[in-house]
Design a protein around this ligand. Structure first.
Ligand code: BG6
Length: 478
C-alpha cells in the first residue's frame, strides 16, 4: 500500500550505529586477552582477503574516546558493540580478566557520559579458542554453561547501565559459514555437525535469556538475526514453492525457535529423512520455550530471489569476496531452492542486491509472524570509498542507500510495525571478515589498507553529516 502521509518516527527512536569487537578493536593480545577462534582462523592461508586479520583492526581499543567523541558530535543515540568473550575470560571457562572488563567499563561510561545508549552484543562470532580446543566449541553442551557464566558476569556488571542486550549475532551465518562452507571458524564442512552445533547454540541462546530473567535485569534482550525476505523468481508455482522453502530453511528454522521454542515441521521432516536432525535431550524443548526474547534484532542487507532446484541441481556456490562485480556463483539446496538473479534491483560490487523495499517486507513479515518489537541492529552498504586530498569522502551512494532504507522503515512504522531503532552498519570503517578493509561501511573513514595500517586516521564522510541531520530532525529531513 502507498500511504498519503507517513507517521513520524517515535520520539525515543534509537538512531544508532554498530560494530563488533574483532572487526574494530585490535589489541589482539593486550591486557590479558585470550585467543579467539578468529585470531586463529585468519592465520590459515587463503581464508581471508589478502590474509587480513583483526590484530590491529581500526585500533578502537586505544581510540575509543576519539570514536565516541565523533558519535557524540554527530548526535548518535545508540551504539551497538560486542564484547570479546576472550577478553573477559581468556580461556573461556576459567579466571575472569579484570583488565578486559575495564575496557568495556570505560567504553560504556564514555557512551553514557555523552547520552549514547549502549547496545551490548554478547557474542559476535569470537568464541575463545581454548573452548574450541577443549571440547569443540558450539558442538559441546558444555558451552551452554560456559556461555551463560560469561553472560552472567556482564549482566551483573552492567545492569542499570546497559538497557539493550543482543544474545547471539547472526547464528544462521556463523553456523552455516562455519560448518557448511568452511568459510568461518571452525572451518568444517559437515552438515550433521552443523545441525547439532546449531541446536546447542539455540540452547545457549535460550539459557542466557533465562538467566537474564532470573537476575531481573533492567533491560531488554534478543538475538540479532540475519534476515532478508525471499522472493520467487516469478509466479511459476514451483518457484513460489522454492521461495516458501527458503523462508522455512533460512529464516523460520531459527526465528521460530527463538520465539515459539519449536522447529518448523517441514524443515525438521526433511532433515529427518536425511539423518541430519540434531539430538534433542530431555528438557531441551522446555528450555527453548521458556526463553522468548523481548525483541527481534534484525540485520538486513538484501533480499534473496530463488527458483526451483531439481534434486540433481546446484548446492554451495561461490561468494564474491573480491569486490569484482559478477564473481559470485548461484548456490542452493538440491530439491529445495536455488538462488536466481533479480532483474529489478541493482547490486553492489560484492553482488549484494540493493533493495530498500525488502526491509519493509522484512519488518512486516517478522511483525506478523512473531508479533515482537524489532530493533534493526544492522543495515548498510559495503562499498569502495575515495579519500580526497582535502580529507573529504563523497559517499553519495551510501547516503542514497541509507535514505531509501530509512524511508521504508518509516513506511513500515506507518503500516503498524513497532520498530525500536535503527543501527547502521557500521560506525567507523572496519575489517570485513572475509573481504578485508577495502569493503567499507562506515560514516567515519579509517585510513588504512589491507596490508598497510598507515596512521589509522579518522575522517568524516559526507554520510556522517547526512545522518547527523537525520538524527537532529528525528527523521523528518532525509
Ligand atoms: C553481518 C555481520 O553479517 O554483516 C557483520 O554481523 C558483517 O559482522 C556485516 O561485517 C557485513 O558483512 P561483510 O561480509 O560485508 O563484512
Amino acid at each position: 500500500m502507498e500511504h498519503q502521509t507517513l507517521d513520524a518516527f517515535p520520539d525515543n527512536f534509537l538512531w544508532g550505529s554498530a560494530s563488533a569487537a574483532y572487526q574494530v578493536e585490535g589489541a589482539a593480545k593486550e591486557d590479558g586477552k585470550g585467543e579467539s577462534v578468529w585470531d586463529r582462523f585468519v592465520q590459515i592461508p587463503g581464508k581471508t582477503f589478502k590474509g587480513t586479520t583483526g590484530d590491529v583492526a581500526v585500533d578502537h581499543y586505544h581510540r575509543y574516546k576519539e570514536d565516541v567523541a565523533l558519535m557524540a558530535e554527530q548526535g548518535l543515540k545508540a551504539y551497538r558493540f560486542s564484547v570479546a568473550w576472550s577478553r573477559i575470560i581468556p580461556d573461556g571457562d576459567g579466571e575472569v580478566n579484570e583488565k578486559g572488563l575495564e575496557f568495556y567499563d570505560k567504553l560504556i561510561d564514555e557512551l553514557l557520559a555523552h547520552g549514547i545508549e549502549p547496545v551490548l552484543t554478547l557474542y559476535h562470532w569470537d568464541i575463545p579458542q581454548a573452548l574450541q580446543d577443549k571440547y569443540g566449541g558450539w558442538e559441546s553442551r558444555q558451552v551452554i554453561e560456559d556461555f551463560t557464566r560469561y553472560a552472567d558476569i556482564l549482566f551483573q556488571r552492567y545492569n542499570n547501565k546497559v538497557k539493550y542486550w543482543v544474545s547471539l549475532n547472526e547464528q544462521n551465518i556463523f553456523i552455516m559459514l562455519g560448518y557448511r562452507m568452511a568459510a568461518h571458524p571452525p572451518n568444517v564442512v559437515d552438515e550433521k555437525r552443523m545441525y547439532q552445533a546449531n541446536h546447542i547454540a539455540n540452547l545457549a541462546n535460550a539459557s542466557v535469556i533465562r538467566r537474564f530473567r532470573e537476575l531481573e535485569i533492567n533491560g531488554k534482550i534478543g538475538p540479532s538475526f540475519a534476515y532478508g525476505p525471499t522472493y520467487a523468481l516469478d509466479s511459476h508455482p514451483l518457484n513460489q514453492l522454492a521461495a516458501e522453502n527458503n523462508e522455512a530453511f533460512s529464516a523460520h528454522w531459527w526465528m521460530d525457535v527463538y520465539v515459539f521454542g519449536e522447529y518448523p515441521k517441514t524443515v525438521w521432516k526433511y532433515l529427518e529423512k536425511k539423518g541430519l536432525v540434531p539430538a534433542i535431550e530431555e528438557g531441551d524443548m522446555d528450555l527453548l520455550k521458556s526463553a522468548k526474547p523481548d525483541f527481534m534484532g534484525l540485520n538486513y542487507y538484501q533480499t534473496a530471489t530463488v527458483e526451483h532446484n531439481p534434486l540433481d541441481g546446484v548446492s554451495a556456490g561461490k561468494m564474491n569476496t573480491s569486490g569484482k562485480k559478477g564473481s559470485s556463483e548461484a548456490s542452493g539446496l538440491p530439491g529445495v531452492f536455488k538462488s536466481a538473479d533479480n532483474p529489478y534491483v541493482e547490486q553492489t560490487d560484492w553482488d549484494w542486491d540493493i533493495d530498500p523495499v525488502g526491509l519493509r517486507i522484512a519488518l512486516r513479515r517478522i511483525d506478523s509472524r512473531y508479533n515482537l518489537p524489532i530493533l534493526i541492529t544492522e543495515n548498510g552498504l559495503g562499498a569502495y570509498d575515495d579519500l580526497e586530498e582535502d580529507g573529504s569522502i563523497h559517499d553519495d551512494y551510501r547516503i542514497d542507500f541509507l535514505r531509501k532504507h530509512v524511508q521504508t522503515i518509516q513506511e513500515a512504522i506507518t503500516d503498524g510495525v513497532n520498530v525500536l531503532g535503527y543501527c547502521t552498519w557500521s560506525y567507523t570503517d572496519l575489517l570485513s571478515w572475509l573481504n578485508g578493509y577495502q569493503k567499507r561501511y562506515g560514516f567515519v573513514y579509517v585510513d588504512r589498507e589491507e596490508l598497510d595500517e598507515k596512521e589509522l586516521k579518522r575522517y568524516k564522510k559526507d554520510s556522517y553529516f547526512w545522518y547527523k541531520k537525520v538524527i537532529e530532525t528525528n527523521g523528518k529531513e532525509l
